[in-house]
Design a protein around this ligand. Structure first.
Ligand code: PLP
Length: 367
């Protein structure tokens, strides 16, 4: 019998790193400091070194990372944050949660990342931040975006790097490319834990202090609250899991990039499939391996019949989501966001994917 194809193979990963994970978890069970135990700071120090950021603050999820970042910037009702509607809902959710308004600008149709050339026209006196999303694991045009932000009175730039941890951009690491970088350790992400987790990165001391305090109910010291905060800590156990995975991260990122390259070669001769453009000054860690087709429903059915799991990231752009009606502003046309939302779908992607399985995955697309 042929082996079942997994969309993300966390079991294969666990089999590979079981000894390290089990030992790390056992250590936490033994010392019993489940909240803010020593693994929390240990992980933050390791991630600071990995990204080159001065500060890393772990938090309860990627969503919480974005929320805490915006709270530290003192985002208020009436403020605007420029982002794209073609992303996971959390990107805009945190803006609306704080009473501010997401301003949607369109994406580039070939990378599905925000089109930096459209950002300037969206800026108003209310613009408090720009939030590019590094979709599918490829960093957005951060230098162009930072330059626009600097020209307009140092607007903050928050990189939503939930899908791009480990990716590089002009030799620099994702998460350390702007005012604040936010990532997610959701299990299927390039660096995942065994539950929810996330991290925030910055080189700004004042913002780092604010985010550390906001993470723990805005307290400056125990039971003394100088800011409005939340319960946003990452569990010690989840930090221990990420620490166990860190030793293999470089290898896993290499495997992801290699698997992406193999897909690209296999799909080269399939004209009905439009591949994501990857810019030459950056790599893509394939948080999702996503392509575009004209007849998505038919293609997904074919893959399903062949036992290939797929997903659609994301079928409905945020300006069409019922909860967001009347809560956003649009700058320019969103034609590309509309179009890619109808065309994209993702194939299985993880570091344990072998060439033979990828051939099986791609085969139904060629027929
Ligand atoms: C682009 C983007 N932003 C934010 C998030 C939120 O991360 P989390 O699920 O850890 O809250 C995700 C996760 O799916 C994401 O893909």
């Amino acid at each position: 019998m042929t082996r079942k194809i997994e969309f993300v193979d966390l079991k294969a990963q666990y089999a590979d790193i079981k000894i390290a994970v089990d030992a790390r978890i056992q250590r936490v069970l033994d010392h019993g400091q489940f909240i803010m135990g020593p693994e929390v700071r240990e992980l933050e120090t390791r991630l600071e070194a990995y990204t080159g950021s001065k500060h890393c603050i772990t938090v309860a999820s990627g969503t919480e990372a974005l929320l805490v970042a915006l709270m530290a910037l003192d985002l208020k009702p009436g403020d605007e944050v420029i982002t794209t509607p073609f992303t996971f809902v959390a990107t805009a959710e945190v803006i609306v949660l704080l009473g501010a308004t997401p301003v949607f600008v369109d994406v580039q149709p070939d990378t599905c990342n925000i089109d930096a050339a459209l950002i300037e026209a969206a800026i108003t006196p209310k613009t408090k931040a720009i939030m590019p999303v590094c979709l599918y694991g490829q960093v957005a045009d951060m230098d162009e975006i930072n330059a626009i932000a600097a020209r307009h009175g140092n607007i903050a730039v928050i990189e939503d790097a939930a899908q791009s941890f480990g990716a590089t951009y002009k030799g620099r690491k994702s998460c350390n490319l702007s005012t604040i970088g936010c990532t997610s350790f959701f299990p299927s992400k390039p660096l995942g834990c065994y539950g929810d987790g996330g991290a925030i990165f910055t080189n700004d001391d004042a913002l780092a202090l604010a985010m550390r305090e906001i993470r723990v109910h805005g307290q400056e010291r125990r039971y003394y609250h100088t800011r409005i905060g939340l319960g946003g800590r990452m569990d010690t156990l989840q930090c221990a899991v990420v620490l166990a995975k860190l030793d293999k991260l470089d290898w896993e990122i290499e495997q992801r990039i290699a698997a992406g390259e193999r897909y690209r070669q296999l799909l080269d001769g399939v004209p009905s499939v439009q591949q994501l453009a990857v810019r030459s000054d950056r790599d893509c860690v394939w948080g999702q391996f996503t392509v575009q087709v004209a007849n998505r429903e038919v293609v997904l059915e074919k893959l399903k019949d062949a036992g290939v799991p797929t997903a659609v990231h994301y079928p409905i752009p945020l300006h069409h989501q019922p909860a967001y009606r009347d809560r956003y502003r649009v700058s320019g046309s969103l034609n590309h966001s509309e179009s890619v939302a109808k065309r994209v779908f993702s194939l299985p992607m993880h570091p344990y994917l072998d060439t033979e399985t990828q051939r099986r995955i791609v085969q139904p697309l060629a027929n």
